[in-house]
Design a protein around this ligand. Sequence first.
Ligand SMILES: *Cc1c(COP(=O)(O)O)cnc(C)c1O
Length: 385
Amino acid sequence: MSITSVPFFRPSIGEEEIAAVTECLRSGWLTTGPKTAAFEAAFAAYLGGGVEAIAVNSATAALHLGLEALGVGPGDEVIVPTLTFTATAEVVRYLGATPVLVDVDAETLCIDLERVEAAITPQTKVVMPVHFAGRMCDMTRLRQIADRHGLRILDDAAHALPAHHQGVTVGKCGADVTAFSFYANKTMTTGEGGMVVTADPAIAARIKVMRLHGIDRDVFNRFTDPRASWVYDVVAPGFKYNLTDIASALGLVQLGRANDFGRIRAERVARYDAAFADLPLILPPRPAEGDGHSWHLYIVQLRDDAPVNRDDFILALKERGIGISVHYRPLHQMTVWKPFCKGGTFPQADLVFSRCVSLPLFMAMSDAEQDRVIEVVRSVLEARA
Ligand SMILES: *Cc1c(COP(=O)(O)O)cnc(C)c1O
């Protein structure tokens, strides 16, 4: 069978996921309850324990709660890479604080640590690294910088499950708080959802309260505890960020498959790398020695000697039925974030954006689909060479 089109992404949802969600729907308990408690425990265990995992309805909520628990507020500055999704910077504004955009490293596409240090002021409170495409930032060096300046680290790990830095899993490798995403096209999904992870009990306690209206007891506790469900206090004007049990039922099954998913993506990456080695492309950055990459995205950059520019390359792929994406138009180019550039320049992010394309890479991809992507990419780049 010859394949004529390949989507950019298709989630990997099997019968086990469908059965788990169906069982939840039949159980009579839909919102945050036993499935969510089990999902949180399983997630913490997946990371090897020693942390609390708090389920929320998006990574954006996880990032917001993390910053809030770290005490960020008006007058504070938070350092953010310009090459990321808008959510990373947006949560800083939720709290009335100021995001400070910083360029990325040309090779790793993660935040440039020298520029992080140069951007630190007396107002700086938090640094938010993004493990870009699933490649880990140098968390050892970032932790040293943060400690030297008395800063906290909030990890945007939306791309990075599973991954590790120097043998230590993401979520435990130097950040004070880590946020994961279970959006539909992330490395595992609950449809929409996220998880906040921290080893600090005080931060965890604050996040749990703020996740649900600032109530001092969580929903499930109110229905299992011998005390009456209406006996609670509201200690802060909190948010409505809890995850449903329907989503958690799905998450439990997906989490059980996370390592297999990661292995499958790594195999697809090796296949792409081998097939593209002789083309005028800059292939995705490798993980550092001793690190593990989640391979959420496969991003290639067109070299100057490529026969087509990036936009024409995208058009040619689209014409031939290949789904693509671009990660990302840098934040400093966006209307809302232009005022937060502090006169800085972002030559690396500008260069990456001018020549990058994300190719299809997902767990449910077949060999035939990947062969088709390879065939099309090769034909476009060879034809006019
Ligand atoms: C997807 C993503 C987010 C937001 O995740 P949601 O779960 O959709 O809120 C944040 N940061 C990065 C880098 C992302 O890719």
